[in-house]
Write a protein that binds this ligand. Structure first.
Ligand code: NAI
Length: 252
């Protein structure tokens, strides 16, 4: 256990992509703050990381709530150490065609993805800029290019890309890089819920999706974790403001 290891903060890390990222960053040598809505839901990921000999902390937070974010980041700095990496991964979907989309579902999605990334980034940047080193990775999506039934989600994920490029411009002088990953189809509870909503079995949906993907398979959380790991490397310090599509093939 390295008590001097850098601290990474991963939001929405109790399951899915975030859990995969948290485990990978622990293996890379980071102490990891595992954030999710329910602190108890994050405990199994923390237990896995600790069993592998690394440091981790489960923290309950609503990333869209300013006071909750400020308290969570202060607790991380106190318990694990000052954050040097942030992965803005927490996300929700509230899909519907425009004419059926409620303003509540619009606000919920935009708040978690955009306001959440803003609040978390603003809270951690002060630790990063005072140490002169930082890495922020935001989760966008191929849906940013447009996706039927996801006006709220697509707008938020396109917004994440503009947010990423702007933070890269503002924070580069402090040794902080800011990049985004735009995944294609990744097998998680989120895509399983989409299958259920469309009345398909998840297996059938994965088989159908794989046929449309050049590498002929759907993605796994580890595929995204590998890309996050790259952006956090010491020698990735000249890579900033980029949007990396991780989708098994080219995307615009
Ligand atoms: P998931 O639904 O399996 O996990 C999301 C996690 O975020 C959950 O544990 C949830 O409790 C947490 N969360 C939701 N709202 C939160 C809040 N306000 N504060 C804190 N935590 C909150 O989703 P998945 O698939 O792992 O997605 C992770 C990220 O990747 C999301 O931003 C998603 O939009 C993005 N993404 C996922 C793709 C996929 O195919 N699964 C494709 C492209 C992007």
């Amino acid at each position: 256990m390295d008590k001097d290891s850098r601290v990474a903060v991963v939001t929405g890390a109790a399951r899915g992509i975030g859990a995969g990222v948290a485990r990978r960053l622990a293996a890379d040598g980071f102490a990891v703050a595992v954030l999710d809505l329910d602190e108890h839901a994050a405990a199994p990921v923390v237990a896995d990381i600790e069993a592998a000999g690394a440091r981790a902390l489960a923290v309950g937070v609503d990333v869209a709530d300013e006071a909750s974010v400020e308290a969570a980041v202060a607790r991380i700095a106190e318990s694990l150490g000052p954050p040097s990496a942030l992965v803005n991964n927490a996300g929700i979907t509230r899909d519907n065609l425009l004419f059926k989309m409620t303003s509540t579902d619009w606000d919920a999605v935009v708040n978690v993805h955009l306001r959440g990334a803003f609040l978390m980034s603003r809270a951690v940047q002060k630790y990063m800029s005072s140490s002169g080193w930082g890495r922020i990775v935001n989760l966008s999506s191929t849906s940013a290019l447009g996706n039927r039934g996801q006006a709220n989600y697509a707008a938020a994920k396109a917004g994440v890309q503009g947010f990423t490029k702007t933070l890269a411009l503002e924070l580069g002088r402090f040794g902080i890089t800011v990049n985004a990953i735009a995944p294609g189809f990744i097998a998680t509870d989120m895509t399983a819920a989409t299958a259920a909503r469309l009345g398909m079995s998840f297996d059938d949906m994965k088989i159908a999706a794989a046929k449309e993907i050049p590498v002929q398979r759907v993605g796994e959380p580890a595929d995204i974790a590998a890309a996050v790991s790259f952006f956090l490397r010491e020698d990735a310090s000249f890579v900033s403001g980029q949007i990396l599509y991780v989708a098994g093939g080219p995307k615009a």
